[in-house]
Design a protein around this ligand. Sequence first.
Ligand SMILES: CC(C)(COP(=O)(O)OP(=O)(O)OC[C@H]1O[C@@H](n2cnc3c(N)ncnc32)[C@H](O)[C@@H]1OP(=O)(O)O)[C@@H](O)C(=O)NCCC(=O)NCCS
Length: 173
Amino acid sequence: MAKDTLPAPEVPEGNEVFRCACAADLSGLVGLFLELTDDMDVRIPCERDVQQIIAASIETGGRFSPRGEGRLVLVAESQETEESRVIGMCTLVFSSNCWVGALVCEIRDLVVSRPERGRGLGARLLEAAFREARARGAVLASLFTESSHGEACSFYRSLGFQEKSCTYFEMRL
Ligand SMILES: CC(C)(COP(=O)(O)OP(=O)(O)OC[C@H]1O[C@@H](n2cnc3c(N)ncnc32)[C@H](O)[C@@H]1OP(=O)(O)O)[C@@H](O)C(=O)NCCC(=O)NCCS
């Protein structure tokens, strides 16, 4: 969908900041990712691999090619306690897309920690992701979710995402 099809959701301001992840966020991000896999009812093969992959995304985050290709992990951090607490995350993957003729941004691994859900944080996190993506020159934001995941589909529709029908194929290598 084009950027002008993504209206800013009307959600109350929260008490959190949105920023790129840093090394100190690692254990919080792994915990959030495990919540996500649990919600999706997916068993991950090895938790240590998850930790290493997230650590690598944090480390390479912010290193972009001259065309703007690269990735970053965006976190929502609660400001309610002295101690920093990561309460939401998503990964933004930027690539040049021939079909669109421009830079596009794929949103992956979006999750809000369970006690924080339903108060607009997911919507604000996506708004922050759109701001970041537009600032980097992306003209389109996209994401995949399973059609059986009705709650996530309702969430994305409520934010103005247009649904595209496509069939996803994969092959074990
Ligand atoms: C999906 C998720 C990120 C939404 O975050 P959230 O902070 O709970 O959502 P928000 O409070 O910002 O909701 C914004 C709007 O989305 C819609 N929405 C959110 N959750 C919904 C649900 N379970 N069912 C239907 N609509 C929902 C509502 O319209 C809501 O607006 P409202 O405040 O008027 O009700 C969060 O629930 C989550 O982490 N879920 C588990 C992981 C997951 O499914 N990730 C997506 C994988 S693709």
